[in-house]
Design a protein around this ligand. Structure first.
Ligand code: C2E
Ligand code: MG
Ligand code: MG
Length: 570
């Protein structure tokens, strides 16, 4: 039986796992002592056709036996790869047995082997299974999903890091997972469905991972995984890719397909890692970075992120002082009639005159403002300043009375206090008429404030103010929003204009958006018109108005004033 070279068999005899080598026709080439002991010298009885002596493997201690075609060696013979397959083998004494973990791969014929075959490796994991079952009954768990609670999870991470002290080459991975827009699911389908989704989600996490991996629910829509004994960085990345693939399949809850979008952050812990909370923080930082980068589903933590976070922290502290220190300024970008190219209004776009870093674009601070809630005072400052500015131009240039100013509103402004009262008092204070004001809101405003938003928007419109849906096409772009909410204008996101001359699909979408807007009686504004080609395309589609570098970049108040003056002079 032992047809292997002495070196090989010496190696296998000293290995703690069972090793079995078979030919494609079940002839045993080699079985080491460990495997013989595990199978009580009766390994070959696994494929006996005589039921009275046949040995069977089971999926669980009380579940059904594995059918012949699904036995691990049979799977490998048929060309499948077997990894981490856990099965129960009852022993000859009643009520006893072993939990075994199988891995297997094909082996091609070579000097040592007379013909091609397969290798099966078996590990006895009974001890771990017993410990896991005991832990299951005593450990505090999340009452909805049954997953470990945060405190226990942190404890497990602590132990894993302590173990690394004895194994300097070991590696663990922490994965932080956030479900994007769970609130949207709750609002759209109800909390009951949201809860069932979370249970299914937790189940999918567990079944996509190895049984020794630890899964925890940290908060309502956040989860964390601890992967121990990982072989390499790339092995973790492929586990995450596999997990993402599984979570990306729709969940069917009450016959309803629900697509879940997740962002994940990965942090690695090695012998130098000391505190579990640090690892968790690193993984969550990476998750936030992934969330903020469109098209990125996971991100691995790097030290540079720490620097980035520290940089953001400094920016956040400085931003708190920006309003009282009068460091914010407004730029104005003309919105023109596509037919005549005349300016009909302008969008107010905030800039920050940072004392050390110079003039900053909103991309570098709006997200920080959103996260910290500073967007609320910032947003109201912008609205007041934009209204004051237009009113002052109207006072000097009589034709400016027909221009409008378009102001971006953040979702946070709507979730706080009396929005309508605040807008009313800003109009009264600046003496601007409602008809000269447009408010731009994105779909997130509708998602995050769904209960009272229709009523608030209706009251805003009653003040003569126009409502515009901004960046249309980038969010959920749910057509139902357009029917349900009282909008006047649809602003088509720049990405559709950008690609419409190269991508036929984008052009098709653009055409249907134009048609849709017409059917709903909405006015259209195309964002990001940069070239004559964009312009002629939009003109051909009979889009009413547009905004973009072709006409003008955002201008300082002074330059905008000059532009208004010039237009009416002509
Ligand atoms: P947005 O509301 O979609 O504003 C349009 C952005 O597109 C502006 O960038 C504008 O400069 C840029 N843009 C206009 N035409 C073109 C073009 O032809 N090509 C290209 N590549 N870009 C063009 P900006 O000023 O950097 O503002 C970025 C975003 O920051 C805004 O997107 C808006 O979401 C946010 N933001 C700006 N000001 C405020 C504000 O006062 N409050 C709030 N809540 N958000 C603001
Ligand atoms: Mg806008
Ligand atoms: Mg926009």
């Amino acid at each position: 039986m032992k047809a292997l070279s002495n070196y090989c068999s010496l190696l296998f005899e000293n290995c703690i796992d069972g090793v079995i080598i078979l030919t494609q026709t079940h002839d045993i080439i080699y079985v080491n002592n460990q495997a013989e002991a595990l199978f009580e010298n009766e390994f070959s009885l696994l494929w006996s056709r005589n039921p009275s002596i046949q040995k069977q493997l089971f999926y669980g201690e009380k579940s059904s036996p594995v059918v012949a075609a699904d036995l691990p060696f049979q799977q490998v013979i048929s060309g499948a790869k077997v990894a981490d397959l856990e099965l129960f083998l009852p022993s000859s004494s009643p009520g006893k047995g072993h939990w075994l973990r199988f891995d297997g791969f094909p082996l091609s014929a070579q000097a040592d082997l007379p013909q091609s075959g397969i290798v099966i490796m078996v590990k006895d994991i009974t001890g771990r299974k017993i410990a896991a079952a005991a832990a299951l009954t005593t450990v505090p768990r999340d009452s909805l999903t049954g997953l470990l609670q945060r405190s226990v999870f942190i404890d497990r991470v602590d132990h894993a890091l302590a173990r690394l002290n004895h194994d300097p080459s070991g590696l663990v991975a922490m994965v932080y997972i956030d479900i994007n827009h769970l609130k949207w699911v709750n609002d759209a389908f109800g909390h009951d469905i949201g809860d069932r989704l979370l249970v299914e989600f937790a189940h999918r996490l567990i079944t996509s991972l190895r049984s020794e991996d630890t899964v925890s629910r940290l908060g309502s829509d956040t989860f964390a995984l601890l992967l121990e004994d990982v072989a390499s960085y790339s092995a973790v990345v492929s586990t995450i890719e596999h997990l993402y693939g599984s979570l990306d399949q729709p969940f069917f809850i009450a016959d309803q397909p629900i697509q879940v979008d997740v962002s994940m952050g990965i942090a690695f812990g090695d012998a130098d890692s000391k505190h579990p909370e640090d690892l968790l923080r690193a993984a969550s930082m990476a998750m936030y970075q992934a969330k903020q980068t469109s098209g990125q589903r996971y991100r691995v933590f790097e030290d540079a992120m720490q620097t980035h976070v520290e940089g953001n922290l400094r920016l956040e502290i400085a931003l708190r002082r920006a309003i009282p220190n009068q460091e914010l300024v407004l730029y104005y970008q003309p919105i023109v009639s596509i037919r005549s190219k005349e300016t009909i209004g302008f969008e107010a776009l905030v800039r920050w005159q940072h004392p050390e870093q110079g003039l900053l674009d909103p991309v570098s601070f709006i997200q920080i403002a959103e996260r910290t809630g500073l967007i609320i005072p910032l947003g109201w400052w912008v609205l007041r300043e934009a209204c004051r500015q237009l009113r002052s131009w109207q006072d000097t240039e009589v034709e400016a009375k027909d221009l409008f100013v378009s102001v971006n509103m953040s979702s946070a402004q709507f979730s706080q206090g009396d929005v309508v009262g605040k807008i009313t008092s800003i109009l009264a204070e600046t003496q601007l008429q409602g008809k000269n004001l447009k408010l731009e809101i994105t779909e997130s405003v509708l998602i995050e404030n769904s209960a009272s938003i229709v009523e608030q928007l209706t009251r805003i419109r009653a003040l003569g103010i126009k409502l515009s849906i901004d960046d249309f096409g980038t969010g959920y772009s749910s057509l139902s929003y357009l029917y349900r909410f009282p909008f006047d204008t649809l602003k088509i996101d720049r990405s559709f204009i950008e690609d419409a001359d190269t991508s036929y699909d984008k052009l098709e979408i653009l055409q249907s958006m134009v048609r849709l807007a017409w059917n709903l009686g909405l006015e259209l504004v195309a964002e990001g018109i940069e070239t004559e080609k964009h312009y002629s395309q939009l003109k051909a589609l009979r889009c009413e108005s547009g905004q973009g570098y072709l006409f003008s970049k955002p201008l300082t108040a002074m330059a905008m004033e000059a532009l208004i003056h010039k237009q009416f002079e002509a």
